[in-house]
Design a protein around this ligand. Sequence first.
Ligand SMILES: N[C@@H](CCC(=O)N[C@@H](CS)C(=O)NCC(=O)O)C(=O)O
Length: 217
Amino acid sequence: MTYQLKYLSLRARGEPVRWILKAIGVDYREETIDIFKEWPSRKREFRFGKVPVLEVDGEQLHQTTVICRFLGEKHDLVSRDLWTTTRQMEVVEALHDLTNNMASALLGRVQRNEEKQRAMVGLAKAQFPVVMGNIEGRITDQGWILSQQMTWVDVFVAAYLDVYENYFPGVVAKFPLCEALRGRVQEMPAIKTWRQERPAWHPFEDPEGLVSPEGGS
Ligand SMILES: N[C@@H](CCC(=O)N[C@@H](CS)C(=O)NCC(=O)O)C(=O)O
């Protein structure tokens, strides 16, 4: 099977897919598309007009969580118990929901709409610890989410925590099991190398200068 990831020049929804591809150790290519300069003219190439897209043997697969779950299932980085995977998906979707608020906040910054930016950061900031508490409560004594072994869900969560701790500094550290899980995933050689080599934040998503819901930045 050949894999090509197509995503914007952002971390955002790209990071969980990249981290899972690296954790399973398959060869893949990635094409990044600049959100400002290239995306408007390229949007029509994608069946749903959205990315990330994983091309699997040349066929487009959309939706971040669908892509991640497919990779986990295909490459045996998954629980084989239906109820376990279902409860894992609950936290995956809850964490992923925050990306919608953050995307609106970042768009608000580009539009110089401070009210929108503040409101959306506020929603994500209020919900983030709620989601974290639920993940923390599902980490087993082996350190993985509802599992004795690492699954793609752990990698997905770790990738988002790596992004979100920059938007909400100090929150991840309040959940020690989540913090430890993130640390273990981050230390996997391929992911460690990627974190050292990946591009700096694109200005669109740079946490620096994002307003705080309480006022100021
Ligand atoms: N539910 C989809 C949402 C995809 C999505 O909204 N992607 C954004 C980038 S993170 C996008 O393609 N934006 C460009 C546009 O809507 O034109 C997923 O999780 O993959």
